[in-house]
Design a protein around this ligand. Structure first.
Ligand SMILES: NC(=O)C1=CN([C@@H]2O[C@H](COP(=O)(O)OP(=O)(O)OC[C@H]3O[C@@H](n4cnc5c(N)ncnc54)[C@H](O)[C@@H]3O)[C@@H](O)[C@H]2O)C=CC1
Ligand SMILES: O=C(O)C(=O)COP(=O)(O)O
Length: 425
């Protein structure tokens, strides 16, 4: 029997019953870093997997050492997983990013060595959107400064430079899950909403698209960034863009640290051109909570600094824990890659009374011919067979009669085009 998909299971808040893996369950080793939620821990424990956890990210050398005998690795946004680290991970089956962003993983390298990477594409969306809305009002009222003054014993009751947000324009850069949710909430506050995205997007409510980033920057009182980390978004907001923002406008960045040039931002606030900023993400972030932190924005007026907490709510973390853990368990147990961000998608029910073979291979001509020769030579009855591909790899899944399944697996494993082969039973 195949259990519900990760998301269905998370919604139903139930335990999944999945077929056993080829590895004894207590041999499957899971390493969870960066304080991944208890909901995930409970799912892996219930599955009978071995579990190790760490509260922060690891130094690269420590990761390389600890990843050696790990089958499933769980990380959040901080832990970098370059191709070089994957070379130390000969047993690794899958990676779970218990967050939205997957830029911390070399997705192409993982694909090339047959490792699917899963994430939680919208379980913390609402949490980020609510934080951004809170920051829009907090910046308009200089709330951060008033609060720290009063903590220091300074009573400064002023209205100069403090505004309502009603009727003001919010410009959203990147109108995906988070951006569009921010747009909906902002309209509820009486704001006008414009957005700029490189893709064509359906506007929510009265949110209106604009043609260029420049048009958005020059036409907004608040600009909030919700783009992924990419080459195109690196330093997307630098000196030139800040010069093209309205005088007295505000900037919010809860996307990725590389998107804003912080030195230019600090300068433009000090010069009075930008009236304030809220920043949640930084080009370099500490590995763990006890580490120190410095940024050029410290001490700059009307700047709200938060330690990458956009998605850090009880609700989001519990949901992410369930969603990603279920996807990983399902992959280990059935080979389902539904939702993997770097892998051909396969999710079909296992057949009772059969074994399933999973074979990740190079996507080159002749692979299926060789596979079918093996099957013909061994005279095996295949009950189901599917091969899904992307430009680099193919993912072949076969359900077959149990008596010759190990011979088939061994022969597939020996093909020069094979990258990773497993059998489930
Ligand atoms: N601060 C935090 O704790 C969190 C931060 N994030 C960050 O927020 C980012 C956005 O998240 P989602 O909205 O879920 O992603 P999404 O993929 O739903 O939306 C991103 C949007 O940006 C657009 N885009 C990409 N490149 C662009 C460019 N050069 N110019 C304009 N638009 C561009 C895409 O077309 C897409 O519509 C994530 O990639 C992640 O880095 C996500 C969750 C929590
Ligand atoms: O979901 C994301 O992409 C985030 O940036 C949140 O990351 P975190 O889980 O807080 O490390």
């Amino acid at each position: 029997m195949v259990g519900p998909s990760g998301r269905q299971a998370a919604d139903a808040n139930c335990t999944v019953k999945l077929p056993a893996t080829s590895l004894p369950k207590d041999n499957v080793k899971v390493l969870l870093l960066e304080n991944i939620n208890q909901t995930a821990i409970e799912i892996f424990k219930a599955e009978g997997f071995q579990l190790e956890t760490a509260s922060g990210a690891l130094a690269p050398e420590e990761l390389e050492e600890r990843i050696k005998d790990v089958h499933v690795l769980g990380i959040r946004s901080k832990m970098q997983l370059p191709g070089s680290a994957l070379q130390h991970a000969s047993k690794l089956l899958a990676v779970g990013c218990f967050c939205i962003g997957t830029n911390q993983v070399d997705l192409e390298a993982a694909n090339a060595v047959g490792i699917p990477v899963f994430n939680a594409p919208f379980s913390n969306t609402r949490s980020v959107a609510e934080l951004v809305i809170c920051e829009v009002i907090a910046l308009a009222r200089q709330l951060g400064d008033r609060s720290s003054e009063l903590h220091r014993g300074t009573w400064k009751k002023v209205s100069k430079g403090c505004y309502e947000v009603r009727g003001k324009t919010l410009g959203i850069v990147g109108y995906g899950h988070i951006g569009s949710q921010v747009g909906v909430l902002a309209e509820m506050l009486g704001m006008k909403v414009k957005f700029f995205d490189i893709a064509s997007k359906m506007p929510m409510g009265n949110n209106a698209p604009v043609e260029s980033l420049k048009e958005l920057l020059s036409g907004s009182d608040f600009v909030t960034l919700h783009v992924p980390a990419s080459e195109a978004t690196t330093n997307m907001i630098s000196r030139w863009e800040l010069m093209h923002m309205r005088k007295g406008s505000y900037l919010i960045n809860a996307s990725r640290g590389q998107v804003v040039d912080l030195a230019s931002l600090a300068e433009s606030i000090k010069s009075g051109r930008i009236a304030g900023a809220a920043v949640d993400v930084y080009p370099t972030e500490p590995e763990k909570n006890s580490d120190g932190f410095q940024t050029e924005l410290q001490g700059v007026p009307n700047v709200i600094l938060t330690p990458h907490i956009g998605g850090s709510t009880e609700e989001a973390q519990a949901a992410i824990g369930r969603e990603v853990a279920y996807a990983l368990v399902k992959y280990v147990n059935t080979g389902s890659t539904a939702g993997a961000v770097n892998f051909p998608q396969m999710d079909f029910p296992t057949l009772p009374g059969s074994h399933r073979i999973l074979n990740v291979h190079q996507n080159v001509p002749g692979v299926l011919k060789n596979v079918n020769n093996i099957i013909a030579d061994l005279n095996v009855n295949i009950k189901a067979q599917v091969n899904v591909t992307d430009s680099n790899i193919g993912y072949l899944v076969m359900d077959l009669e149990k008596d010759l399944s190990h011979e088939v697996e061994a022969a597939l494993r020996d093909l020069p085009t094979s990258i990773k082969t497993r059998i489930l039973y």
